[in-house]
Design a protein around this ligand. Sequence first.
Ligand code: ADP
Ligand code: MG
Length: 583
Amino acid sequence: MQEKRMGRITKVSGNMVAVEVDAFIVQNEVAYIVHGNERLKAEVIRVRGRQAETQVFESTTSLKVGDEVEFTGDLLSVELGPGLLGQIFDGLQNPLPALAERQGFFLKRGAYIEALSDKQQWDFTPLAKAGDNVRAGDRLGFVPEKIFKHYIMVPFAFQQMCEVVELAPAGRYTISHTIARLKDGDGKVHDVSMRQLWPVKMPIRAYTEKLKPSKPLVTKMRLIDSLFPVAFGGTYCIPGPFGAGKTVLQQLTSRHAEVDIVVIAACGERAGEVVETLKTFPELIDPRTGKPLIDRTIIICNTSSMPVAARESSVYTAVTLAEYYRQMGLNILLLADSTSRWAQAMREMSGRLEEIPGEEAFPAYLESRIASFYERAGVVRLNDGSLGSVTIGGAVSPAGGNFEEPVTQATLKVVGAFHGLSRERSDARRYPAIDPLISWSKYGSFIDGKQMKRGHTALRKSHDVAQMMKVIGEEGTSLADYIDYLKGEFFDFVYLQQNAFDKVDEATSADRQKHIFGFIYSHVLEAEFDLEEKEKALRFFQELRQLFKGWNSAEWKTKEFGSIEQEIVVLLEAKKKKDLSHE
Ligand code: ADP
Ligand code: MG
């Protein structure tokens, strides 16, 4: 930490405050605007000679030219250590419930609270011993945190090999207690506690290598897992018009995805939405552990009523916390809703800095900022050989649902999967409203490739026939085409659509998906039926759909599940074309 340097405000423009200062200022260092008794946090975003421009994370009302500004020399950082899980923070890592308790829900500006309690004691078990040589990221010990082993690691900022001089014995300590003393190559001894700081805009890289994402991450959404899969360490985006179901989809994913920890960055759609998340989330039960879901969740949230700059920091805070837990060999899913709000914050700040605007007035660096955010995802091999991953899923909310706009386009260039929501599907209440005709994924699924391909062609064909029928009418359509249309619609209704209000149907395991998809593939999509006319065909598929609905609500591998399957088989066999050539 450098010594404090002072400057004075020369201009206030929204959340951009320009400061004149007679000292060396570092890009991205934290400054505090001193206004009476208030100290407002800000970050240096541009330095030009004696002029520093800062973005203030608070309302700048009543700040004036001449007010003092104190520069800290510290980069905008988060606090890492046990106690993060289950917390709800704002973009600057202030614990929101604690803030609210102290001052009611109308937060006073300039109020900051430590992210982690320094009173709570943690049960520490050492793993290293005196004399060991260790490097950044190596495990010194662990404490239990909720259902995980929270590893206490050599701070990531350590660049050299160090020798463990002393390590605390098993016992109960606070996060500020010195649990290890490490000697670096120059003979300097450092005190290490369970808490460390890390600058949010810098990826944590205390691992040996980054691997290509290959293992499917099961979200339990059939449409995603079976047709447009996500991989551990991969990236995906969910663009969609307002009200199409992005937030609901992310909430479902946060509950059901087979990952260890979910970090949610809720950055400012509607204010009410965030309050709702704050109220309902702590009451949800984890369907996998039976424990509170919040125990393996961290929520970072900013509403649209908070200053724009705070939205930007919330995205970085969230990804840094995700990287921290990845260092412990865990799989983390980061869900950001919505990255468009973050991009708007960038646009607003860029305008105030009077930078040359790019497309739709977004700054020219929009693309590289979005790319470097998604690049922080990945599967990594840790120092001890084990793997950890951060997967990032970002919602994008383009105005009017127009995917041609810069934020959607920049995101599509870097992500590995695209789940595009369409107004047409959400209006028809076909949920999840991911449009299978425009979405794609570069990752592999646990579904057999040939079957998956058949699923895609069935949907495409059905859509084409539907379009044709709009023009020439049902009468002009051949029976064969009409049956193809019905097959695609059937597949959509019973497999792609999922009822979020049915406790069985809302989440489907990989095994069940494989079974059902395989069943639909061979018994329906690939089957030829003896249906003499359209009316009969329609009735047959309606009956089939009804039975499937019941099947989707039956618990996997129960007697009920088996008997409905039998019933469906009987119905299908009765209408299947008999292949006479083999008899
Ligand atoms: P967005 O975030 O895209 O603006 P939301 O996720 O808030 O949209 O969804 C808007 C509304 O659509 C929800 O309040 C709900 O009524 C409905 N909805 C969205 N997804 C589903 C779903 N999977 N099942 C049932 N209703 C849904
Ligand atoms: Mg939303």
